[in-house]
Design a protein around this ligand. Sequence first.
Ligand code: PLP
Length: 383
Amino acid sequence: MNKPIIATKLPLVGTTIFTVMSSMATEYKAINLSQGFPDFPVSEELISLVNKYMKLGYNQYAPMMGVKELREAISEKTLKLYNVNYHPDSEITVTSGGTEALFAAITAIVKAGDEVIVFEPAYDSYIPAIELNGGIPVCISLKYPDYKIDWNEVRNNISLKTKLIIINTPHNPTGAVLSENDLKELTNIVQNTNIFLIGDEVYEHIIFDSLKHHSLMTVPELQQRSFIISSFGKTFHVTGWKTGYCVAPKQLTTEFRKIHQFLTFSTFTPLQYALAEFLKNPDNYNGVPAFYEKKRNTFLESIKSSKFTFVPSKGSYFQNLCYSAISDEPDTDIAIRLTKEIGVASVPISVFYKDKTDEKILRFCFAKEDETLLKAGEKLSKL
Ligand SMILES: Cc1ncc(COP(=O)(O)O)c(C=O)c1O
């Protein structure tokens, strides 16, 4: 009997490092600062709201584009924060997390042979999504310590085939954020071209030291060609709820929704009503930067006598530490050793580069209870 053999569409994709490091953290009872998820409680009010809407009977399919109340709340928040008006009916779509929105936006835009500019280290879903659509990722490396974009290098990598540029600010895994000048440089590059943009802004509310989040939507030339993606999972410490959204001009949203409706059709209904009500109080998101800045500072204070060197994270809930004064092991080896011997799990940065660039950097997630961060800092300081 002949069994069919599946020809993989993603030959380079295996088990992700997050799964590997997290299961190793469990096996060795290590403090898990590898995967990016908070370990503290979620707002009681938000939990009660979800419960309320479940009990009220909002348990069937939501509309494909998301419930009206939530789309309206997103529109109001976007206007208040960035002074940009997106129409709830035709320009806002609620998605099953940022990852789904990224896949839908990439699929809406990229055709076989199109080139997509990706900055590395890069969130791991971009390249598989591009390749599944027959696109060609054109990777540009950002370098430790400041991970700034070299816009001349971007210019040199633009070709007639460039269809899309993916921008992530605040940036995972480096904690870098785009400046106003970066947006000017990007504008100079894309104006008068047919290049689209994705603004992966899932950490828009996790930004420190009074820095401003420079959303792509704040520059009209960028806004008109951008899909901008955010995640309630990040903003409200509920990564397991996998709820996010994409805002984009009408013509882009129309195509985005054609993909979204066949990926998931719609997203968890009672959550959407709960989030709509929760968003009415801006304190619920305005307090997020200070909350995470304190956590970042607690972690940095806890390792200040260690041999690690670092640039404080400017945004996201990740802090990169350079271990070159401690060891010259490859970053994947030391990440494993620290988990087994020291009891702290992290993520080696090389996994975020297609060519596995190793600059001796590990990523630590500080979205954890203060006690967890202090314990991790104590262990890391022994090295
Ligand atoms: C840069 C970046 N984009 C997108 C996502 C996906 O967000 P979600 O969990 O809402 O799918 C993540 C999650 O880790 C991320 O770090």
